[in-house]
Design a protein around this ligand. Sequence first.
Ligand code: KG4
Ligand code: ZN
Length: 357
Amino acid sequence: MLVLGIETTCDETAAAVIERAPDGSGTIRSNIVRSQVDEHARFGGVVPEIAARAHVDLLDGIIDRAMKDAGVGFAELSGVAAAAGPGLIGGVIVGLTTAKAIAMVHNTPLVAVNHLEAHALTPRLTDKLEFPYCLFLASGGHTQIVAVVGVGQYVRLGTTVDDAIGEAFDKVAKMLGLPYPGGPKVEQAALSGDAARFSLPRPMLGRPDANFSLSGLKTAVRNEASRIVPLEPQDISDLCAGFQAAVLESTADRLSVGLKLFREQFGAPHALVAAGGVAANQAIRGALQDVADKAQTELIMPPPALCTDNGAMIAWAGAERLALGLTDTMEAQPRARWLLDANATAPAGYGNTRAGY
Ligand code: KG4
Ligand code: ZN
């Protein structure tokens, strides 16, 4: 089965061709990602209108390269998949409409993929992982612990009640004057910092639910920073190290609870899987290994290039759905919001339910 996948939900324009064998194993035939970081950098974040226009400019060329690199013609495709959400709606419309056009012209099945489902299924492409497993998804837009029970079967065990982890990294970077995207810059600065210099909160530590909260920690960093203006490079490094250490401790605690909830409902997971841009952080990778060891489960981390947004994950999710006969019609709608777990509700007892659920 050969599937073309298209990803345009945020600031990466991406297309890929994957091959799925009858035994369920997958091969990436091509994977082209064009980051729009340069287009957005001077605004300090992703500007939706600029992203949508850039997708329009870039996407056909990226698809052309993905098809050529794979050595595949449109007539050979078993299906075309596009991320139909959740994400910035202008970009989603560009990707989904392009996929519909290709499907229509070449009389090929269309699969409208949930971007989060694509992150969730990626370890089955890289590691042939069996269901059920526990997913920790941490990106700029989402922070969730999800029980992946089967294709299309997801149960959310935890979520953030305010900022996503990547979003908090980006905001801390911005307040410390580090360039966008901030996550990798904070990680780098933290390497030469003293994590113990500032006393920062460990959000949600010890709570019986598996939810996250980042905004209080972010505010605490801002308060410390405002006391020592002007910031010297060492101050920035110390603040980054302190922030990252607090995120690690909180994340490890939240994930231990998430894995406990998983066991209660689904038995032992086949693995703990981390995905999303934040999983590219080496310190977080180390912390997750400890969590997995303590919970006596395997840790699987797709390579960083498959953790951040890419077309291969969309193509793979499309192939998994196609293999089950799950296709979509030309009526498929682009969606700004799209819950992975349709039954998930806003976490009880929190005022702010904006992000991540
Ligand atoms: O999954 P992704 O590429 O895009 C979406 O948000 O969907 O994730 C990007 C996010 C950004 O917030 C970025 O700052 C964060 O992941 N990130 C990191 C690191 N690399 C990327 N956060 C912490 N440490 C990193 N090394
Ligand atoms: Zn993503």
